[in-house]
Design a binder for this molecule. Structure first.
Ligand code: FMN
Length: 174
């Protein structure tokens, strides 16, 4: 049977929560991005990478793509983010993070939330700055009003059912 390695970067715990749910459904080993070795990667048939979105970028993705060439080794990527899952958001993230050369076998976006309690100082400062810019903006769109409200406090919109398409895909590959 093929084996899978789940590499992840999770600063405030949302991506890790999804990794734990996925591993309840499919066999695999999880390792944090900072600790993954070349041997870990070579020893597995399929690699799954999960990371949170920061200002539109999938955190840690560049480092992963420096270690794995998706044209050589099957790579599935998922990203967790505070924004709700819409076609538009998924398209924007895809366009910003992948080119034809580094496109993974598949990409999934999973809605998460915000956790101010576990955020580092720099992240909190970035969120505060963004909140202030939005608060000052006149004639905010409905989306911007929604974002403005969402940024006020911690929330968790993770749902186990969100992993279903990803789990289905993994089951076809393993
Ligand atoms: C500095 C910062 C920037 C963020 N930028 C975005 C963003 O552009 N889009 C989004 O949907 N979520 C954004 N988020 C929310 C995170 O993507 C979300 O909380 C994610 O699940 C974090 O994953 P982790 O807890 O596994 O690190 C941002 C969070 C922080 C702290």
């Amino acid at each position: 049977m093929k084996t899978s390695l789940f590499i992840y970067k999770s600063s405030t715990g949302f991506t890790k929560k999804y990794i734990d749910w996925i591993l309840e459904e499919v066999p695999g080993i999880a390792v944090q991005l900072d600790y993954v070795t070349r041997e870990d990667i070579n020893n597995h048939d399929l690699i799954v990478y999960g990371g949170g979105i920061r200002a539109g970028q999938i955190s840690g993705l560049k480092k992963v793509l420096g270690k794995i060439d998706p044209r050589v080794k099957p790579l599935i990527v998922f990203a967790t983010g505070a924004a709700p899952r819409t076609e538009n958001i998924v398209r924007q993230i895809t366009e910003k993070n992948f080119t034809n050369r580094n496109k993974p076998a598949d990409f999934f976006y999973l809605e998460s939330g915000l956790n101010y309690e576990r955020m580092g100082v720099f992240s909190k400062m970035m969120m505060n700055a963004y909140r202030k810019i939005l608060a000052k903006k006149k004639n905010k769109s409905d989306v911007e009003n929604g974002v403005n409200q969402a940024l006020l406090r911690s929330y968790d919109h993770c749902k186990k059912e969100n992993i279903e398409p990803l789990v289905l895909k993994l089951k076809t590959l393993l």
